[in-house]
Design a protein around this ligand. Structure first.
Ligand code: PHE
Ligand code: ZN
Ligand code: ZN
Ligand code: ZN
Length: 295
């Protein structure tokens, strides 16, 4: 799997920051900074050779948009989806939440194109609108998928907040082995968790499980039985002293002190955490999508 360029990921974050700054400091649902963000992402993908769709929906009297990008080729009946929400809260520019996940999956998609990857699976990437208002974009996408199309999606990887300044290294606990969630996810979620885990093990970074309770855009997918996985570096939760011993950083402080605030800008990013997570995303996409399918 490729080493994703941190500089390229950060260049996307700078663009999202500029878009927010030019649009009242926010990229929230219904604000011009959201559509400008969606157009930025779509433009990058179009230029790289993806087949893209801007899927619109209405929520709270405003139009929202999902950007869906398909990489031509692979088994059309065996789809791996990778997604991140692109909207911010109204209060700020949303660079860690969730410019980080959006930029990391964008750069992974662009690397797929640079390498002219020909995976066994079909690859689809998604940038969701209106997550902050209750997973509205991802819920709309899943609700509007015909049953036959839904059945083709064999896995969904989600990345929401992957550059938290006081980072933890959390992997969605798909098998509920940490006992933090409401129960195990759909069969296959454990394998996605393991693949992500394998990457962190390979770089010597310990991980912990985090609730698989539907607090991000994987929720609508697991609700219809699609296996899901993903990573998270922490939000408003407080880093314990055991976690600070494990990962460094500051015990007794939030993983992201700027969570849902105006200060969630380009300075609110831990480069090491963002770099490791971007590489983990690429590892998972390459490993899962290029695996020889069972006959
Ligand atoms: N979905 C939350 C938000 O956008 C962040 C979050 C992600 C929380 C993953 C828990 C797990 O605000
Ligand atoms: Zn949020
Ligand atoms: Zn988020
Ligand atoms: Zn687990």
């Amino acid at each position: 799997a490729p080493d994703i360029s941190l500089a390229n990921v950060k260049a996307h974050l700078s663009q999202l920051q500029s878009i927010a700054t030019a649009n009242g400091g926010t990229r929230a649902h219904g604000r011009p900074g959201y559509l400008a963000s969606a157009n930025y992402v779509k433009g990058q993908l179009d230029a790289a050779g993806f087949s893209t769709t801007l899927q619109s929906f209405t929520y709270n009297g405003a139009t929202g948009y999902n950007v869906i990008a398909d990489w031509p080729g692979g088994d059309p009946n065996d789809i791996l989806m990778t997604g991140a929400h692109l909207d911010s809260v109204t209060a700020g520019p949303g660079i860690n939440d969730n410019g980080s996940g959006s930029a990391a999956i964008l750069e992974t998609a662009l690397e797929v194109a640079r390498q002219s990857l020909q995976p066994a699976k079909h690859l689809r990437f998604a940038w969701w609108g209106a997550e902050e208002l209750g997973l509205r974009g991802s819920q709309f996408y899943v609700n509007n998928l015909p049953a036959a199309e839904r059945a083709k999606i064999k896995g969904y990887l989600n990345f929401d907040m992957v550059g938290s300044p006081n980072a933890g290294y959390f992997v969605y606990d798909g098998d509920n082995s940490d006992g933090t969630g409401s129960g195990p996810g759909p069969a296959g979620s454990a394998a996605l968790e393991q693949t992500i885990q394998d990457y962190f093990t390979s770089i010597g970074v310990p991980t912990r499980g985090t609730d698989f309770d539907g607090r991000s855009d994987y929720g609508p997918f697991i609700a219809v039985g699609i296996p899901a996985g993903g990573t998270f570096t922490g939000a408003e939760g407080i880093k314990s002293s055991a976690q600070a011993t494990l990962w460094g950083g500051t015990a007794g402080q939030a993983f992201d002190v700027c969570y849902h605030r105006a200060c969630d800008t380009t300075t609110n990013i831990n480069d090491t955490a963002l770099n490791r997570n971007a590489d983990a995303i690429a590892y998972a996409v390459w490993t899962i999508a290029t695996a020889v399918p069972p006959v």
